[in-house]
Write a protein that binds this ligand. Sequence first.
Ligand SMILES: [Zn+2]
Length: 138
Amino acid sequence: MDYKSYIRHMPVCLECGDRIRYGRADKKFCCDECKTRHYNRQAKGSRAFRRKVLRQLDRNYEILDSLIHSGVTAADMTDLMSMGFMPALATSFKRTRTRVEYACYDIKYIMTPSRLSSISKIQNVSVPLQVGTEMSNR
Ligand SMILES: [Zn+2]
């Protein structure tokens, strides 16, 4: 192997992209500074993602809550999504033989790809929510 291909085969720092010239072959960073910077950025990204999910859950909740306050218990998915509802996010779900019941905090609903129905507040919410509690048989 000539020197150029030797260099080419050296691992690359995940943070700065420099070749890692010293240390074990499975080394991921050229220096401690790069390592710290990399993991800090990763943690920051993770926090930002969690904040984004929580904001969207709040948005979903506000939409469902406003529907309930207006006396609306069912809505088309296209309308909901145009209001900013994101169907992929819920705080819990429960599968029965015939349907899946979702919840966004203390609001439950039945969801199909085209529609939400049976939107209502869960009475007597207890924390922590137990897995498999009977939410729908009321
Ligand atoms: Zn580096």
